[in-house]
Design a protein around this ligand. Structure first.
Ligand SMILES: [Zn+2]
Length: 283
């Protein structure tokens, strides 16, 4: 009886300590012992088990929760040779604020020709994000794409020109035109071109289903297929595409899902922190 309870407690600690509660648009992290034969599924999709970047005794799983996921009780299915377990995952409301923006009317109501271009660019991007590169290109913590203030966070509900409803799918950094924009970590350039909404865009594959995106650039300094390292300049900030003025829009895609870049990168970077010494129990 006693053993059963402590084993159950240990299982809960191992599997759900970090992941019981997560907001829509954010990424949950689960740690498992290395060599675990478990398979994880969320919403019918298998979640890959990945090497912990700093602790060889562990594996990690990242569960990206879509922005439009309604708050409520969800579960991860954990399949092992011994059977199927449900791990509760509670989705909470991200409490994102809202804002109204004015942009060029053609960027809210594209004509049929422009609409065709938008669809083409969307399919092209989705095809890229759907590719899962098994290799992890990075091995050190992530950096910021530039040292500047954030002017708009991920998730803000947006109303363009009083009609188009959308949400902010990345993080905006304050930048005048011509400010260097750097790769946040090692990877391979998978797109480098001008697009209708995003303007001059660079997409970097970091491996294992993680992509970083740099939009509205005034200049692109890399080519598709090129390997980049963390801190390498990929272009200069600008105001191309659907913008209200020059800035850097930085975004990430994980397993085909757009999530809060700042929350994901800080979650990944926290894996490099040395484990905190256990507190001696204070009487
Ligand atoms: Zn933005």
């Amino acid at each position: 009886m006693r053993f059963g309870l402590s084993a159950l407690f240990l299982l809960c600690m191992l599997l759900s300590a970090d992941a019981t509660e997560i907001a829509n648009g954010q990424t949950a992290l689960i740690s498992l012992p290395a060599g675990s034969e478990a398979r994880l599924f969320y919403e019918g999709k298998e979640i890959p088990l990945l090497r912990h970047p700093a602790d060889p005794a562990k594996q990690i799983a990242l569960i990206p929760v879509g922005y439009r996921t309604a708050p409520g009780e969800k579960a991860l299915h954990r399949l092992t040779p011994e059977g199927d377990t449900l791990l509760p995952l509670r989705i909470v409301d991200g409490g994102y604020p809202s804002e109204t923006l004015q942009v060029q009317p053609s960027k809210v109501k594209p004509d049929p020709e422009q609409q065709k271009r938008v669809s083409r660019e969307y399919s092209e991007a989705m095809k890229i994000y759907g590719n899962f590169t098994p290799k992890r290109y990075w091995s050190a913590p992530f950096a910021m794409p530039m040292q500047s203030n954030v002017t708009s966070n991920f998730g803000t509900a947006r109303l363009f020109n009083g009609s188009l409803k959308s949400f902010h799918s990345g993080t905006d950094f304050r930048a005048t035109t011509g400010t260097p924009v750097d790769a946040v970590n090692d990877g391979v350039v998978v797109l480098a071109k001008e697009r209708y909404y995003a303007g001059n865009s660079v997409l970097i594959d970091h491996g294992e289903g993680l992509y970083s995106c740099y939009y509205h650039l005034s200049r692109i300094d890399v080519k598709v297929g090129e390997q980049v390292i963390k801190g390498e300049q990929v272009g200069l900030s600008g105001s191309t595409g659907r913008v209200t003025g020059p800035h850097l829009h930085f975004a990430v895609m994980l397993q085909g899902i757009q999530v809060d870049p700042m929350q994901l990168l800080s979650t990944l970077n926290a894996l490099f922190d040395a484990p905190k010494p256990e507190h001696a129990s204070s009487r």
